[in-house]
Design a protein. Structure first.
Lengths: 469, 255
């Protein structure tokens, strides 16, 4: 047999080809969005036909929808000046030396371990404590828990994936959900089997072989009947990325009797537009909690929502937003009561410093037939300076006379008296300000895992430095 | 007489916002370790004096000097004054929601110490101080002044004083809003702290004489019209109780 044929029979060509597609760009990233770009993304990910068609359909929806005119100012967001897909390998090429000193210093002062810093800065590939991860992973596998990148989820569990994907946030939901549906890349796929309780939080940065946090991340989570789990995305350290646009979609299905908590804390670069759709569908007796911390960015528009579609379902949205100078945090929550005896709670805490602006935007909707629905909304704003701004846009739509809906809002300005009181005990003005802020967010922060709460407190201290005078 | 720990010379101060003059030439010396009381009618400037000493930003000093432990107090920021050993027990303590008393006190102690405050020693001391002031141990976990009764707020002020161990404690109307039992507890606490640390100087600011039944001052000063108009021994307080402040109002008016 000629040598060439033998080699061919070994199937190495195929392997080689595969190898090449993984490591050398078949296309050059280009700015702007077109059908061509969407096709390239899908081809590059070797997706099934249905996903390509889904993406293309979503692209058409995106193109047909006008830019939203409510919320924050999107007039300076140039959607043609964005790379819609950057392969993970290209992202990895950044070196530690390129990471700005200010970011490195913040890592240092937050006490972030060396190995994690590199991941956070996008120059490392995976979480250092792989051993920890592996033992956890083994435990999860034994329980039947699926915790994969979204790409692997689609590849390995095509039926499960297809059954739920885009059922909670369909592409036509809003312009940016459509955009994400067309170009999504990166994110998690999680399935918790019936009755399984996962004690250790599933942390996104534990996920090996994951693409770095993408601009258009897509996460799909299914908590099956009676299961319990906690998923954590992000951390308080500043995310270092050169992207100026982040538009994610998070979908969660909470089956009857399941309890799920999704915690995300993100600290984006100050030039970033961050537009995220997070939604959970909560079935009978299910319990969903969103714990959401938004720091940084130029503009964040994010309203985690719970659709309470099964009797007795409960939804909770606890959020902290911090708007520094030049930033606008337009955040809040959405609870939609569809079934009887559903309950919900929103607690939103925002802090505006300098010329920062924090807006609370919330919707509480009770459909006819959602008898005895109960909802309580509390939004508190703290202003640090005279130039700081806050607004509240609570929308309440009730079609059911038995509904019990409460809304409380407060705005406070950090008082001269409070600062003087603390300073008269020896705290510097910065320490005093940080203490008032910490106390203000405490009702939400206490729900965070300890290490996150500690980091958040340290971060606030750093943010307060030089904030006065 | 020992070296004064605090020396106030011809102190003038105005409300920053409208430049209204409140202190119109206060002169006062506090020898180390003594307990002095400043009494006076409402609006005489007593509380303003307390706040000016602590460095409240709502007031501006327009003239005069204040020397604390040989240092020019007026050059220090409020937090520096505290770290130098000055303590003000507030007449109206403010709420700090979400910050526990324990956390607050530990941060305050940390701010004035070079090393780490030992958590166990701190807890032990806090517990002991709370017993002294007859408050429940759960008190330490409550948010600072948040939802406190008037009496609890005042006890909290004295608890802070007990923990921070100042060289000079200025108690601004600590007796106001206290019933007689609470007043006794607070006064007893102050007396105990003074016994423990005889070098601590105490300046009591009060409208009424009744506090002085429980905390015996070495000296009593009468303030009226933004100045100290008379000084004397403890008997002066009794005289005031009997005769009221009328004559001092006239003195102040004439000044």
């Amino acid at each position: 047999m000629p040598y060439n044929e033998t080699v061919a029979n070994l199937g190495l060509e195929e392997y080689k080809y595969h190898f090449i597609t993984k490591d050398k760009p078949l296309f050059k990233a280009q700015k702007g969005l077109s059908e061509e770009v969407v096709r390239q993304i899908s081809a590059h990910k070797e997706e099934p036909e249905w996903m390509l068609n889904f993406r293309l359909k979503a692209l058409r929806i995106f193109q047909s929808k006008p830019m939203p005119t409510w919320g924050g100012d999107l007039s300076k967001l140039d959607l043609d000046d964005i790379y819609y897909y950057i392969r993970p390998q290209d992202r990895m090429k950044r070196s530690w030396d390129e990471v700005p000193e200010s970011i490195k210093e913040t890592f240092e002062r937050l006490g972030i371990p060396e190995a994690e810093r590199k991941i956070l800065a996008g120059v490392g590939a995976q979480y250092e404590s792989e051993m920890v991860y592996h033992s956890l992973k083994k435990e999860w596998e034994e329980q039947g828990v699926i915790f994969e990148s979204i790409e692997d989820g689609l590849r390995k569990y095509p039926d499960l994936f297809r059954e739920y994907f885009a059922t909670v946030v369909p592409p036509h939901d809003n312009k940016f959900a459509a955009l994400n549906s067309a170009v999504w890349s990166g994110g998690s796929f999680v399935y918790i089997p019936k009755g399984v309780k996962v004690d250790v939080p599933l942390q996104a940065y534990f996920r090996v072989n994951a693409e770095q946090m993408g601009q258009f991340e897509r996460t799909l989570i299914i908590a099956d009947e009676g299961s319990q789990a906690h998923y954590i995305e992000g951390c308080t350290a500043p995310v270092y990325t050169t992207d100026s646009f982040h538009s994610g979609v998070i979908e969660i299905i909470v089956k009857p009797g399941a309890r799920f908590r999704y915690t995300t804390i993100q600290n984006w670069p100050h030039n970033m537009y961050n537009l995220v759709t997070q939604r959970a569908l909560v079935h009978e007796g299910g319990h969903m909690e969103w714990l959401d911390g938004n720091l940084g960015s130029k503009l964040t528009m994010k309203y985690p929502s719970c659709y309470l579609v099964g009797e007795g379902a409960h939804g909770e949205i606890l959020s902290i937003a911090y708007a520094g100078s030049g930033q606008h945090q337009d955040t809040g929550g959405k609870v939609v009561h569809v079934a009887p005896h559903t309950t919900s709670r929103i607690i939103s805490k925002s802090i505006s410093r300098g010329t920062g602006r924090a807006s609370y935007r919330g919707l509480c909707k009770v459909y006819e037939g959602a008898r005895n629905a109960k909802s309580n909304v509390q939004c508190d704003a703290l202003l640090l300076h005279d130039t700081s701004r806050t607004d509240t846009f609570p929308y309440i739509e009730i079609e059911e006379s038995t509904a019990n809906v409460g809304h409380e809002a407060s705005v406070s300005k950090i008082g001269e008296e409070q600062l003087f009181y603390l300073m008269s005990r020896g705290l510097s003005e910065e320490e005093a300000t940080a203490m008032v802020v910490r106390g203000f967010i405490e009702p939400v922060a206490r729900e965070l895992p300890l290490e996150y709460a500690v980091e958040l407190n340290r971060l606030i201290e750093l943010e307060m430095e030089g904030s006065v005078g | 007489m020992s070296e004064p720990i605090l020396r106030i010379v011809n102190l003038h101060a105005v409300v920053a916002e409208d430049q209204l003059e409140i202190l119109k030439g206060v002169d006062l010396e506090l020898p180390k370790g003594e307990v002095h009381a400043i009494m006076g009618p409402n609006g005489s400037g007593k509380s303003t004096l307390a706040k000016v000493l602590a460095g409240h930003p709502a007031y501006e000093v327009t003239d005069g000097e204040v020397w604390f432990k040989g240092e020019n107090l007026l050059e220090l920021e409020a937090d520096e004054r505290a770290r130098a050993g000055l303590f003000l027990a507030f007449q109206y303590p403010v709420d700090i929601p979400g910050v526990s008393i324990a956390n607050f006190l530990r941060t305050a102690l940390q701010a004035r110490s070079d090393g780490e405050v030992d958590i166990f020693e701190f807890q032990e001391k806090l517990l002991e101080r709370m017993q002294l002031l007859e408050v429940d141990p759960s008190f330490a976990e409550r948010s600072v002044n948040d939802g406190f009764s008037g009496g609890e707020k005042k006890r909290n002020e004295i608890l802070q004083m007990a923990m921070l161990e100042p060289d000079l404690a200025v108690l601004d109307e600590t007796d106001s809003g206290l019933d007689i039992d609470a007043l006794k507890v607070v006064a007893n606490g102050v007396n105990r702290l003074h016994e423990e640390r005889p070098d601590m100087t105490v300046l009591l600011i009060t409208h009424y004489q009744r506090l002085l039944n429980y905390i015996k001052p070495d000296k009593v000063h009468v303030m009226a019209g933004g100045r100290i108009v008379r000084s004397g021994g403890p008997e002066l307080a009794e005289e005031l109780e009997a005769r009221g402040y009328e004559e001092f109002k006239e003195v102040a008016g004439a000044a």
